[in-house]
Design a protein around this ligand. Structure first.
Ligand SMILES: Nc1ncnc2c1ncn2[C@@H]1O[C@H](COP(=O)(O)OP(=O)(O)OP(=O)(O)O)[C@@H](O)[C@H]1O
Ligand SMILES: [Mg+2]
Length: 259
């Protein structure tokens, strides 16, 4: 039997375009199939791609409500007797998109200088407080490393780094690990996962990553249905249970006791 810690927080990071959002969707679909835990999905990428890929309509992002609040305060239409932070927290509950299988929160972005920090600060708060209400919180992170140096992942249990079968993908993964060490991000486990890999590359990566102390848990293959659904705008949650990418992701999740 698999015993999971209460409230697991899992983040998906990596270089731009390697398939972070796709991997997050495949993980979500497998969690839904397992059907034994409450799930919070956080789209932490300001580009807000995940709701689209899952076909979950989003009314507002955290960035948007942050802006509304700021404008309201400066116009004087919102009283400042209640703290900005508690008002934002209340708003966040309102904008949480609920589906029968999971809840979803999109961080988005807000306008103006310094607002990026505000949204990132809220992300940390969300992870700290909201995630406690769910068995598992799945975060799709933005590409690059800046968010990491802002310590928004400080309470992450499992950091999954996605790489393509290129040297750059691996270098980015190494850099992410370095930054995580530098800023003392408190993660319990870090795993590397390959996406759009062929079998041969998977073997090469297993060897190469072992040498640099990375735990490469395996890879997800190129899946023509994933591309097709992407172009059609069909939710990845509709992938058939026997689709190769979904099955392989399930295998990898079992390997790290996620299902
Ligand atoms: N295993 C796969 N098989 C086929 N196509 C894939 C696979 N993984 C990802 N793709 C395609 O690659 C493209 C990029 O994927 P995705 O948006 O998940 O990457 P990302 O890392 O989240 O990108 P970004 O850095 O912009 O957030 C998409 O068109 C997606 O459909
Ligand atoms: Mg993405």
């Amino acid at each position: 039997m698999i015993i999971l810690a209460d409230s697991t927080v899992l983040s998906v990071s990596g270089k731009g375009g390697v398939g972070k959002t796709t991997i997050a969707a495949l993980i979500l679909k497998n969690l839904i199939i397992a059907n034994n835990r409450s799930i919070l999905v956080v789209d932490a990428d300001p580009a807000t791609n995940l709701p689209d890929l899952l076909d979950v309509p989003i009314d507002k992002t955290v960035g948007m409500v942050t802006d509304e609040l700021k404008k309201g305060i400066s116009k004087g239409s919102i009283s400042t007797t209640v703290s900005k932070e508690s008002m934002l927290e209340a708003k966040i509950f309102e904008i949480l998109a609920e589906t029968s299988d999971f809840d979803l929160l999109a961080m988005g972005r807000s306008e103006g200088e310094g607002c990026y920090c505000m949204v990132n600060h809220m992300l940390t708060k969300v992870v700290d407080s909201l995630s406690k209400n769910y068995d598992i919180t799945l975060m799709d992170m933005e590409a690059g490393l800046e968010h990491l140096s802002r310590r928004t992942e400080r309470d992450v249990d499992i950091m999954l780094i996605v790489t393509d079968q290129s040297r750059m993908g691996l270098q980015t993964a190494k850099r992410i690990r370095e930054i995580a060490d530098e800023v003392h991000i408190n993660f319990k486990k870090m795993y590397l996962v390959g996406n759009r890999f062929d079998e041969q590359s998977s073997l090469v990566f297993t060897e190469a990553t072992g040498k640099i102390g990375f735990e490469f848990i395996g890879s997800v293959p190129e899946d023509s249905l994933v591309s097709k659904y992407n172009i059609q705008g069909t939710s990845l949650l509709k992938l058939p249970k026997d689709s190769p990418s979904l099955n392989k992701m399930s295998e990898l999740m079992k390997r790290i006791n996620l299902i």
